[in-house]
Write a protein that binds this ligand. Sequence first.
Ligand code: SER
Length: 337
Amino acid sequence: MRATSVLVTGAQGEIGHGLLTRLATEGRSIVTLDIQPLESSLARLVRREFTGSVNDRAFLERILAEFEIDLVFHLAALLSTRAEFTPVTAHQVNVDGTLNLLEFAHHEGESHGRPVVFLYPSSIAVYGLPDAATKLRARRVREDEWNTPTTMYGCNKLYCEQLGRYYARHYKQLAAEMPSGRVDFRCMRFPGLISAVTVPSGGTSDYAPEMIHAAAKGEPYACFVRPDTRIPFMVMPDAIDALLQLASVPREHLTRTAYNLTAFNPDAEEICRVVTKAFPRASVTWRVDEKRQRIVDSWPADVDDSAARRDWGFAPRYDFARAFDDYLIPTIRERYR
Ligand code: SER
């Protein structure tokens, strides 16, 4: 008999770190797929680790043969800044990789006869506001507004949201026997994420976590966006809670396949103020990278997450003050002691 497990791709990444720890605490049997070997503290938590690409179907076939997967967290992706330097690779990983995982989930569902719950983190990068005046006017952007991303990453995420909806509702709709419904696709559009234990790489919302971690280490930081730059953020414990909550809510409660999420939306100067107060040795300067600035300027200053709150009870624990006072500052201080 195959063993029932959860599959996590991109497990070695920022979200993966927190998620593996939580899944292990809940006693789940975990299988991972990541391009890099897991660090030992994570490797300890998993039943089986596969080191390889989401583009290599041989790994997925092996997992299908050996494990009964009923839940997938497909986290592997190239983030927005990185993807602009290698757009074709980004498309291969972000889109072709997701297609492979959706096919895999469909076949898993077919083989064990139950829908596979497929959690997909999308992003505020799916939005593309044309200019600062529009961004100011737009206020809390709803899921179906401004779906005109300017980055390869944003295009990839927006398309894969649609691909997931297709697998969930319309897959092979002309076949003699309608095979859709094997994949129970659930997607959340994360705002910028900030973790106290890891630093992201390759994203464009990275200025916030980079500033905080540099300050805690007593290193100078040159922020690559203007002080008045505003986008939504959320801390990692709330992101992990949201993933697990969306994974476990009864399907009939869900009215959409993709949900906005947010917790707070300070501008870069407000982040700088809190950080320099907490870490007086911090030194933040502003060295604006106009090109990366344009990307952040195309993302909304705030999003409307009322659908997630209503349908599955999303309620982040950390607002701006609590995020810093109760999570980021104490945890980061401990980390760099
Ligand atoms: N944090 C991501 C990025 O900056 C956005 O989802 O690319």
